[in-house]
Design a binder for this molecule. Structure first.
Ligand code: E4P
Length: 217
């Protein structure tokens, strides 16, 4: 399973990239706002930090303007992936861009039928939002399970990019189901490394090591 970082914070991306865990990055208008940076400038900087896909989202609601915005965004770097909302105009844009060889991430997916539409429109990635699904009393992981089944039934190439991940359980369940990608806020990626017994084990080993009075090297 690929790991994307869900942030526009370049310091976090650069730091996490050193672990070898960063296969790509996702941004959205809220994350750009949080970064306080100019979208063109920060997206370029992110594209230089990873060879993987970097999702940059259009904000227009109509197909024609979405295409114009996509044209601007895709010139930033070869690894820019255009993010469009799951609407009729968004899917028209997806179809046009992917037919032209541009990567497209269809975002704000909340049903398996929507995911089916995105795959038929040739999406490179579909982003079902599990956290927001859970927040509203639905089962986010059931959605991922349904999409996996449907995509496998018809051998769609569209990658399932689990979004709106809030905790390590979402990551574990996504991996069990066989989702292709999990995009996670930096704190969730960092949380995956942690285990109380790892910390306790280190503490015990260090205490015993100190008692030996030895040094390595
Ligand atoms: C990523 O592509 C999505 O925009 C993001 O995961 C949404 O997460 P949120 O529901 O925590 O805002």
């Amino acid at each position: 399973m690929k790991f994307f970082v869900d942030t526009a914070d370049t310091a976090e991306i650069a730091d996490l990239a050193q672990t070898g865990m960063v296969d790509g990055v996702t941004t959205n208008p809220s994350l750009i706002k949080k970064s306080g940076r100019d979208i063109m400038e920060v997206t370029k900087e992110i594209c230089d930090l990873t060879d993987g896909p970097v999702s940059a989202e259009v904000v227009a609601l109509d197909h024609e303007t979405m295409m114009k915005e996509a044209e601007v965004l895709r010139k930033i770097a070869d690894n820019v992936c255009i993010k469009v909302p799951l609407t009729i105009d968004g899917l028209k844009t997806c179809k046009a861009l992917t037919s032209d060889g541009t990567m497209v991430n269809v975002t704000l997916c909340f049903s398996a039928n929507q995911a089916l539409l995105a795959a038929k429109a040739g999406a490179s990635f579909i982003s079902p939002f599990v956290g927001r699904h859970d927040d509203n009393g639905f089962d986010g992981m059931k959605l991922i399970d349904d999409i996996r089944l449907i995509y496998d039934n018809y051998a769609f190439d569209t990658e399932i990019l689990v979004a709106s991940i809030r905790n390590p359980i979402h990551v574990l369940e996504s991996a069990r189901i066989g989702a292709d990608v999990a995009t996670m806020p930096p704190n969730v990626i960092r949380g995956l490394f942690k285990h109380v017994l790892t910390d306790k084990g280190i503490e015990g080993f260090l205490k015993d090591w100190e008692a030996t009075g030895q040094n390595i090297g």
